[in-house]
Ligand binder design. Structure first.
Ligand code: DOR
Ligand code: ZN
Length: 400
C-alpha cells in the first residue's frame, strides 16, 4: 500500500529542498517533486523530515530488569522521541554474553516498535562466544564499574577482545581511554574502537592522538552536553550516572568536539531506574533519555549551538556507518522508510507525566524546549503521531 508524504522539507548537501516522499513496502521508493498517486497521504506541512534517529546506546533492561523498562515501553518512548532504531546494551540479567542469552534477547525484542540491534557483552572468559556471535552491532567491553558486573581488567584479555571483534564499544573513563590507545598501539591492533559517552576534555585528548585518530570513534550523551556537575546540587541522584557529570569546562570541550567533528555520534545511554531506586542511599547510576535527546538537540539548533546537518550526521548517518547498519541513516531511494518529522517551532516543556519510559522521570523535567518530533515513521508505518504511539512491530536491523 503506497504512502505519499507530501510537503516535506529535506536537507541535502547543505541545501533545503521541498519534496514529496513515496513509500512502498517499507522502503523509500521515490523522493520527488511530483504528487504521485498513493493509497494514503500524509501532509508534512513543510516541516523538516529527517532520516530516523539511530540511537546506538540504550539499556532497555530486558530480560531480568523489566521493572525498570522493557522492549515495548522503551521502544514506545524511543518512537515518541523520534528514534527509529536502537542498539541495546548487554548488561541485562542474564547478561548478553553467551549465544543462548543473545538468542533469548532476540526473541524478547520482537515486541519493539522501533528497529533494533544488539551489542554483545565481553567478559574475562567468553572469547569463544564473542567469535561465534552473529548479527551483532558490536562487542561491548566495560573497563570501568557500572550497572551489571561486566568489568574486565586484564590488558591481555582486553587486547584479545579487541582482536576478536571488528568493532568494540568501550565504557572507558579518563585514564582508561589512554590505556586503550596504548593497547592498540602496542599490539598493532587495527580493529575499530568506539568509545561510549565521552564526558571530559581529557578523554577527548587521549582519544584524538594522531596515531590512532581514525581507528577510534567517539560518542557523547545528551546529559553530558546539557548538564554539568553544578546540576548535581538540585538533581542529586537523579543526575548521577557513569561517567559522572563533569565541570562546565569539560562540557564546553564536548561542545567543541561536536563542532569540530572530533565527536562522531550522539546517543542517549538511556539507562532508566525507578524513582524509588534513585531515592535509596545506594542508588543506581544512569538517566533515561530517548524521549528528550532530539528535543534537546532541536532546541540547541534553535539556539545556534548545532546545525540540522550536524544533528543528522551525529544521530543518523554516522551511527549507521560506524555499526554498518544496512539501508539506514540517510534519506535515499531504496533505503528503509525510517523517518522523523520535526516541528522546529513547537515549544513544549518536558513533563514527567508525559513520559512513556517506565521510570517516568527525566533530569530535564520542567525544561521548556523549542523543536519537537511530531511524527515517527518506522519501516513505512506511522508509529508516533502527535502524542500517540501505535503498537506496530518493527524489525531487527542487518549489517553489511
Ligand atoms: O549511568 C550508567 N548507567 N552508566 C552505565 O554505563 C550503565 C547504565 C545502566 O545500565 O544503568
Ligand atoms: Zn550505557
Amino acid at each position: 500500500m503506497p504512502l505519499l508524504i507530501k510537503n516535506c522539507r529535506l536537507l541535502a548537501n547543505g541545501k533545503v529542498f521541498a519534496k514529496n516522499i513515496l513509500v512502498k513496502n517499507g522502503k523509500i521508493s521515490r523522493i520527488t517533486n511530483k504528487e504521485l498517486k498513493a493509497d494514503k497521504i500524509i501532509d508534512a506541512k513543510n516541516n523538516f523530515v529527517l532520516p530516523g534517529m539511530i540511537d546506538c546506546h540504550v539499556h532497555f533492561r530486558e530480560p531480568g530488569l523489566t521493572h525498570k523498562e522493557d522492549f515495548l515501553t522503551g521502544s514506545m518512548a524511543a518512537a515518541k522521541g523520534g528514534i527509529t532504531t536502537v542498539l541495546d546494551m548487554p548488561n541485562t540479567i542474564p547478561p548478553t554474553t553467551t549465544i543462548s542469552a543473545l538468542e533469548e534477547k532476540r526473541r524478547l525484542a520482537k515486541k519493539s516498535v522501533v528497529n533494533y540491534g544488539f551489542h554483545f557483552g565481553a567478559t574475562a572468559d567468553n572469547l569463544s562466544d564473542i567469535k561465534k556471535a552473529k548479527s551483532i552491532a558490536a562487542v561491548k567491553l566495560y573497563m570501568d564499574y557500572t550497572t551489571g558486573d561486566l568489568k574486565v581488567d586484564d590488558f591481555e584479555v582486553i587486547s584479545d577482545i579487541f582482536k576478536a571483534s571488528k568493532i568494540t564499544v568501550v565504557h572507558a573513563e579518563e585514564e582508561r581511554v589512554k590505556d586503550i590507545t596504548e593497547i592498540l598501539i602496542r599490539n598493532k591492533i587495527k580493529n575499530k574502537i568506539h568509545i561510549a559517552h565521552v564526558s571530559s576534555e581529557k578523554e577527548l585528548k587521549y582519544a584524538k592522538q594522531n596515531k590512532i585518530k581514525k581507528q577510534i570513534t567517539l560518542e557523547v550523551a545528551p546529559q553530558h552536553l546539557f548538564l554539568n556537575d553544578k546540576d548535581l546540587q538540585s538533581l542529586g541522584a537523579f543526575a548521577e550516572m557513569k561517567p559522572r557529570l563533569k565541570s562546565e569546562n569539560d562540557q564546553k570541550a564536548l561542545w567543541k568536539g561536536v563542532a569540530n567533528g572530533d565527536i562522531d555520534v550522539i546517543a542517549t545511554d538511556h539507562a532508566p531506574h525507578l524513582k524509588e531506586e534513585k531515592e535509596q542511599a545506594n542508588y543506581p547510576f544512569g538517566v533515561p533519555g530517548v524521549e528528550t535527546m532530539l528535543p534537546l538537540l532541536l532546541d540547541a539548533f534553535n539556539n545556534n549551538k548545532i546545525s540540522l546537518a550536524q544533528i543528522i550526521d551525529l544521530c543518523c548517518a554516522n551511527p549507521a556507518k560506524i555499526f554498518k547498519i544496512r539501508n539506514k541513516g540517510i534519506l535515499k531511494e531504496g533505503y528503509d522508510a525510517d523517518l522523523t518529522i520535526v516541528d522546529l517551532d513547537k515549544r513544549q516543556a518536558v513533563r514527567n507525566e508525559d513520559l512513556l519510559t517506565k521510570c517516568k522521570w527525566s533530569p530535564f523535567e520542567g525544561k521548556i524546549l523549542k523543536g519537537w518530533p511530531v511524527m515517527t515513521i518506522v519501516n513505512g508505518n506511522v508509529v508516533y503521531d502527535n502524542g500517540e504511539v501505535f503498537d506496530i512491530k518493527a524489525k531487527e536491523v542487518s549489517y553489511s
